[in-house]
Design a protein around this ligand. Structure first.
Ligand code: ZN
Length: 455
């Protein structure tokens, strides 16, 4: 069950970010605007119509008498139904979907009124499917909501009520491995190795505390990962979590392994049990959004003088989110002629981080912030020639190199001595498997990434 939940969550996440959630609550408003709705065009082309025989689980007193002829004759409980399959589109709602299936709002309200657990339909997202099974009078005999290959929910007409049932399946899980060498970027190396974007991002997140994927990457760097692949009836559904991973950056080898705590919480640790997470981010913005060909300018572009450069400049598009590097409190959020829009955050007693030239500030002075919370966006305000983030790290009032100092600061909680033997039991096998494995056959990956070789 837990696994099913997880997969659903990860599949839904990508939708949740880009599309508004649907709510049954909007239906009321839509019904009021019914006159308007009839002029909204619906896409009939996306409606697949075909006829199927559906067996309905209705108790039938006459069933026994027909038993011998079951194969040849339709009984009362086997009704010829018309099936309409609809795929949920962005900005769809139940009212629009029912309309596409040829149902009126009244019919939809009747259905919802007679259905057990109608709220399950709240979780509908673009890409999910609705299957309407209609009788010859266009009345719903069964409605099935398919949210993934692993989960579907049915409402079956039973004496005027729609009884609810759910079908949840568990995938088969197999471990797989991939490895690659960096030529231009982690992204293209990952794609070439047959990884999908989600897996590449997870790899970057695991090592993002130690390696700055925007500035530290070198040709010849390499990686390998051991991860889960999920299958259903022999067909690949998608990738699961990374179990263990290794990254060699500029000759330095980093290893990480996933450990699941007794309470189900999973974290990545070094092979000897140190937490991979650190108190401060390596870079306070998404490495994929940093321009790779940026050269920090030592000669100040406006005053034309060489100034000591006490921070790091990350070039990125205006509007790119800037994160707080660690937990802390905003001690300044303002504007000066030189800094432009800027934010200063105090972390504990001895660390301050500064973020300059912001396009917009998203925090106020005195506000508490969490690590990776968005505090503003990249801009070019103040003495700046182009959109970039100027980032400073001060330890006990002294400027330090933000990219190297984080290594020397405390890490998140490591494995306690009491957990050590359980930790080793669980993780050594994963590290050994990573060591042993070369790339497993690419299975369906060629199909999924047809352009991989072109990158
Ligand atoms: Zn700067």
């Amino acid at each position: 069950m837990e696994l099913v939940e997880k997969i659903k969550k990860s599949q839904l996440l990508s939708h949740a970010k880009t599309f508004p959630r649907m709510h049954l609550g909007v239906i009321g408003a839509l019904i009021v605007g019914l006159g308007l709705m009839s002029v909204i065009p619906t896409n009939q082309a996306s409606v697949a119509r075909d006829v199927t025989i559906l067996e309905l689980p209705v108790a039938d007193a006459h069933a026994d008498t027909n038993k011998t002829e079951r194969d040849d004759v339709l009984t009362d409980k086997e009704i010829e139904l018309k099936t309409i399959t609809l795929t949920v589109k962005p900005n769809d709602n139940l009212s629009l979907l029912f309309k596409r299936a040829g149902m009126s709002d009244r019919e939809m309200m009747n259905f919802l009124g007679a259905a057990e657990q109608p709220k399950r339909l709240h979780s509908m997202k673009p890409g999910h499917e609705l299957h309407f099974h209609l009788n010859s009078e266009n009345h719903i005999e069964k409605l099935t909501y398919v949210s993934s290959a692993l989960a579907s929910y049915s409402y079956i007409n039973t004496d005027g009520k729609y009884l609810f049932s759910e079908t949840l399946r568990e995938p088969d899980i197999h471990n797989a491995s991939r490895s690659g060498h960096i030529k231009s970027s982690l992204y293209s190396a990952g794609i070439n190795a047959g990884m999908d974007e989600k897996l590449i991002m997870e790899l970057a997140e695991i090592f993002g505390w130690d390696i700055d994927f925007a500035l530290d990457m070198r040709s010849g760097d390499s990686f390998k990962i051991l991860y889960e692949e999920h299958f259903l009836d022999g067909e690949k559904l998608g990738n699961g979590v990374i179990l263990s991973a290794e990254f060699v950056n500029q000759g330095q080898r980093f290893q990480a392994v996933r450990y699941v705590h007794a309470d189900g919480r999973a974290e990545y640790y070094t092979p000897d049990g140190k937490n991979m997470r650190k108190a401060f981010l390596r870079a306070p913005l998404d490495f994929r959004r940093i321009s790779s060909n940026f050269n920090p300018r030592r000669l100040h572009p406006i005053t034309k003088t060489v100034r000591p450069h006490r921070g790091i400049d990350y070039a990125a598009r205006t509007g790119t989110p800037v994160w707080s590097s660690g937990d802390g409190r905003v001690i300044a959020s303002g504007y000066t002629k030189a800094n432009g829009n800027y934010v200063v955050i105090q972390h504990g007693n001895n660390v301050q981080t500064k973020y300059l030239h912001l396009h917009k500030r998203k925090v106020k002075r005195g506000q508490k912030v969490r690590q990776k919370q968005i505090i503003g966006t990249v801009g070019s305000t103040g003495f700046s020639t182009g959109p970039h983030l100027h980032y400073e790290f001060l330890l006990n009032g002294v400027h330090r190199n933000p990219r190297t100092i984080v290594q020397k600061l405390p890490k998140a909680e490591s494995i306690s001595p009491e957990l050590k033997s359980d930790f080793l039991n669980q993780t050594q096998i994963l590290l050994a498997e990573l060591e042993r494995e070369t790339n497993t056959p690419a299975l369906a990956l060629k199909e999924r990434f047809p352009s991989a070789s072109a990158l």
